[in-house]
Each structure stands twice: as structure tokens, then as C-alpha cells.
Ligand binder design. Structure first.
Ligand SMILES: [Zn+2]
Length: 105
């Protein structure tokens, strides 16, 4: 163990208050009201697109109403077959045969 101290470095003192022209200004303290700010309610979420969620990729979609009952519903995002249109339309939906989740509003 040695008693030698590590060489001290001179701390360069920044000249405060002297801002270079065009340079960044010293930070100013913004006076804030002492009152607690009541948080505003979050904005309403954007309108949901589709009542269904593709299980493979998670995209929201709606089965096309143009599909015949025997047609397969495909995910518009990943193009996976998610089930028959008839199973989507049945009430309640035949979820056991579908690879999509029904999102209830
Ligand atoms: Zn998908």
C-alpha cells in the first residue's frame, strides 16, 4: 500500500453566464405552478379495425362479407388460413375451428 495520491486533475471551471453567440443558451428554470396537475384523460383510442385477431400474427381484421360459407378466411396481414367463413359467421363463432380470436367490444 502506498501513500502516494493519484495526481489531481484541475477541474476546469466553466464560465457561467457567458454564452457563445449562437451557441446553446444556459438552461432556464421554468416556473411551474405548485398546484398538482390533474392528469388529463387519455385520448380515445383510434377506432378499432376488425373484431377478429389473427392468432399467428396478431393482426386485426374482419372476415370479408363477400366470402361464401365454404371459403377460407385469410388473414389480410400474413395470409394464413384462419378458418371457414361459415365458422366466423356462426353465432356464436365456432372458435374451436378458427385460428383467430374474437375480440369482444
Ligand atoms: Zn395474420
Amino acid at each position: 500500500m502506498t501513500d502516494s495520491e493519484p495526481p489531481r486533475r484541475k477541474i476546469l471551471s466553466l464560465k457561467s453566464g457567458v454564452a457563445a453567440p449562437g451557441g446553446p443558451k444556459p438552461l432556464e428554470r421554468i416556473a411551474r405552478p405548485a398546484r398538482p396537475v390533474t392528469p388529463e384523460p387519455p385520448p380515445p383510442p383510434p377506432p378499432a379495425v376488425g373484431d377478429w385477431k389473427c392468432k399467428p400474427c396478431g393482426a386485426r381484421f374482419d372476415p370479408s362479407p363477400d366470402l361464401a360459407d365454404a371459403d377460407s378466411v385469410r388473414c389480410p396481414s400474413c395470409n394464413a388460413r384462419l378458418g371457414l367463413a361459415a365458422d366466423f359467421r356462426s353465432d356464436p363463432p365456432n372458435l374451436e375451428k378458427l385460428r383467430a380470436r374474437h375480440l369482444k367490444r
